[in-house]
Write a protein that binds this ligand. Structure first.
Ligand code: FES
Length: 218
C-alpha cells in the first residue's frame, strides 16, 4: 500500500487501500466524542483522490486541478514527529504534542482537555479519557506514552484512508491516513510513516500535503 502525491494533482493510491467515509460525532455537551463509519467504497487496486478541493466527483479526482491551475506545492517538512514536540508529564502518562500537525478535530477538549487530564493521570477516569482523546486525534498531533513502559499507547488502526466529515459544523475535513501507509512526495521523497496522518483535500493548506485546518472557515 502506498500514497503518492502527484505534482499539482491528486493523491495516487495503490495497493487496494480501503476507502471509508466517517463522521465525527459530538457528545450531548457538544464535544467531539467518536467516529461513525457511514460509507465504505468497493476495494480498488488504484485510485486518485482529489487534493485541490474542486473535483465534482469527490473524493475522487476528475481532472479539474488542471483547469484551475492548482498549485499543490509541498511545503510540509520531513522532520520526524518528535522534533519540536511539547512534553507534558503526568504521574502515570506523558503527552507529546506537536502543534504543527493540528487539524482542529478537537477531540482533545472534552473533560477539561487532554493536557489537564494527563496531569491528573493517577486518576483512572482521567487516564482513560486522556488515552481515548489521543487515540481519536486523527493527525497524530497528540501521542500518549505510558510512563511505566515509556511506550506510546497507539490504537490498532486498519490500514485505510478515511474521508473525514463533521456534519454538526458542516465541515469537510481531511483525508485521515490510518495504520502507517507510506506517503511519498511528488519528488519521490518519503514522509515519516506514522499511525495517524491527515492529508489536505481542500487545496488550502499551507503545510501540503498535510492538513493544517484551513478547511475550517470561522
Ligand atoms: S486534484 Fe484532481 S480534481 Fe482535485
Amino acid at each position: 500500500m502506498k500514497i503518492t502525491v502527484s505534482r499539482n494533482g491528486p493523491y495516487i493510491v495503490t495497493g487496494k487501500v480501503p476507502l471509508i467515509v466517517s463522521e465525527i460525532c459530538d457528545d450531548e455537551e457538544g464535544y467531539c466524542r467518536d467516529w461513525l463509519e457511514v460509507k465504505r467504497y468497493p476495494l480498488k487496486e488504484r485510485y486518485a483522490l482529489c487534493r485541490c478541493g474542486h473535483s465534482k466527483n469527490k473524493p475522487f479526482c476528475d481532472g479539474t486541478h488542471t483547469k484551475i491551475h492548482f498549485d499543490g506545492t509541498e511545503t510540509g517538512d520531513y522532520k520526524p514527529y518528535t522534533e519540536g514536540v511539547n512534553i507534558i508529564s503526568g504521574p502515570v502518562l506523558t503527552l507529546t504534542d506537536n502543534k504543527h500537525l493540528c487539524v482542529h478535530a478537537e477531540f482533545c477538549l472534552r473533560a477539561g482537555g487532554i493536557w489537564k487530564l494527563v496531569r491528573q493521570s493517577d486518576d483512572p477516569e482521567a487516564r482513560n479519557t486522556a488515552i481515548e482523546e489521543a487515540r481519536n486525534c486523527p493527525s497524530g498531533r497528540l501521542v500518549i506514552l505510558d510512563n511505566a513502559t515509556e511506550k506510546a499507547i497507539e490504537p490498532e488502526l486498519e490500514k485505510s484512508i478515511v474521508v473525514v466529515e463533521y456534519p454538526p459544523r458542516d465541515e469537510h475535513g481531511p483525508l485521515w491516513v490510518r495504520g502507517g501507509i507510506p506517503i511519498e512526495s511528488a519528488d519521490g521523497k518519503k514522509y515519516e510513516i506514522r499511525n495517524r496522518v491527515t492529508l489536505c483535500r481542500c487545496g488550502k493548506s499551507k503545510n501540503k500535503p498535510f492538513c493544517d485546518g484551513s478547511h475550517i472557515e470561522r
